[in-house]
Design a protein around this ligand. Structure first.
Ligand code: S3P
Length: 432
């Protein structure tokens, strides 16, 4: 286990976050199903996306590098069976989207994951996939390993029990391979990268409010993708710059899809004067741009349940920001955080309490009484990349150094995170 000392101090300079993880997974998976050769530029180079590439290769997909691009030779809807388990590692997106694809393939597959993924709920995916005609079995707790026999799918009408883009995407991928109409009702809007990318690959998909309608079967055409930076990887810099006095950052080439940027609106309500410059839109219809941020005084806010899916991976960072805000912040209905790579409510609150924070957890609501300070402590990433980065932000604004155990978990989504933190802190030392 890697121990990282986080020395408090401001951050200044320019930072470009790594490519979007959600869009990278989708570009690979959708290209694999498409007819013809797709090109992906700026694919995320991090563990979760390597996992997706590895399982696709196992299913007979040829993926290679050509110049600056990754080339995926699409299988035109027909993957190859594999006798060995498909190891989805730590990646819920890989396992759930792949399950949607494999539900339409007339062979049996076994999906396995690491110890974190093996505790995550899969029934939410398997119940509707079985209603569409797939055969699926998970462990008695409803988690991986998953045995899936696909083929002969038919469309269904289904009300999703949770606002989950992974669930929605799995069902849309199955619907593409099903006979007839699939109608999905979301309880609240979740990230819509799948809808945008499918539309850019020639799929006809209708949205009416929170309802999606897709007539199957439909094929995908090959595409060219330029992946924007990941808002979720920009978010640690955003919050760090706000809460570390003397900071000033320009965060460049960040994805600004409104179904991802809930944190921006919450921080603006807390008093953050961020400058957001939208600069373009990618081939798959993803807006991107730059964000400029300086340290500022924040005030507490109330976050309602419908805002959670739009800021789902940033809630641990929001809890950190709230510790430095004046007054109380209340985050309502955060239960989905317990179903992530770890129980993110417990695993962000526990270390922050050690650092002197005043936080209460009331069921799935989190109440933070901002005090304007945190102190150093020895804390743990709990096997979760987002917790590691949120604690790094807490440490960079604390009164004394933080010792973080499990720093290596940033490899999942942001392998250069620690080098970037050191560079931006060095930038501030050179400026002063
Ligand atoms: C993701 C969706 C989110 C998010 C995860 C990536 C995706 O999960 O937490 O990190 O790529 O679709 P849910 O939509 O299931 O909440």
């Amino acid at each position: 286990m890697q121990l990282q000392t986080i020395v408090p101090g401001p951050l200044t300079g320019v930072v470009t976050p790594p490519a979007d993880k959600s869009i990278s997974h989708r570009a690979l998976l959708f290209s694999a199903l498409a007819g013809g050769e797709s090109q992906i530029v700026n694919l995320l180079q991090a563990q979760d996306v390597e996992t997706t590439q590895a399982v696709l290769r196992q299913l007979g997909v040829n993926i290679k590098q050509r110049g600056a691009a990754i080339i995926v030779e699409g299988k035109d809807g027909k993957l190859q069976p594999t006798p060995t388990g498909l190891d989805c590692g730590n990646s819920g997106t890989t396992m759930r989207l792949l399950a949607g694809i494999l539900a339409g393939q007339a062979f049996t597959s076994v999906l396995v994951g690491d110890s974190s993924l093996s505790k995550r709920p899969m029934e939410r995916i398997l119940i509707p996939l079985c209603a569409m005609g797939a055969k699926a079995f998970a462990s008695p707790t409803g988690s991986p390993p998953v045995l899936l026999r696909g083929g002969n799918l038919r469309g269904i009408e289904y009300a999703l029990p949770v606002a989950s883009a992974q669930l929605k995407s799995a069902l849309l991928l199955a619907a593409l391979q099903a006979e007839g109409e699939t109608i999905l009702h979301e309880p609240a809007l979740s990230r819509d990268h799948t809808e945008r990318m499918l539309a850019s690959l020639g799929v006809s998909l209708r949205r009416e409010g929170l309802t999606l309608i897709l007539q199957g079967p439909q094929g995908l055409r090959a595409g060219r993708f330029i992946i924007p930076g990941d808002f979720s990887s920009a978010a640690p810099w955003l919050v760090a710059a706000l809460v570390c006095p003397g900071s000033h950052l320009l965060i460049k080439n960040v994805g600004l899809n409104p179904t991802r940027t809930g944190l921006l609106h919450i921080l603006q309500r807390m008093g953050a004067g961020l400058i957001v410059r939208e600069r373009g839109s990618s081939e798959s219809g993803e807006p991107w741009g730059d964000i400029e941020v300086r340290s500022q005084d924040l005030r507490g806010t109330e976050v309602v349940a419908a805002e959670i899916p739009l800021a789902i991976d940033e809630i641990p960072l929001l809890v950190v920001a709230a510790c430095f805000a004046q007054g109380v912040t209340r985050i309502n209905g955060a239960q989905e955080l317990r179903a992530k790579e770890s129980d993110r409510i417990t695993n962000i609150v526990r270390p922050l309490l050690r650092m002197g924070a005043k936080i209460q957890v009331d069921g799935d609501d989190i109440l933070i009484e901002g005090q304007g300070w945190l102190q150093g402590a020895t804390v743990e990433a709990a096997g979760d990349h987002r917790i590691a980065m949120a604690l790094a932000v807490a440490g960079s604004a604390a009164l004394s150094p933080v010792q973080l155990m499990g720093a290596e978990w940033v490899q999942i989504s942001y392998p250069t995170f620690w080098a970037e933190l050191a560079r931006l802190q060095e930038g501030a030392r050179c400026d002063s």
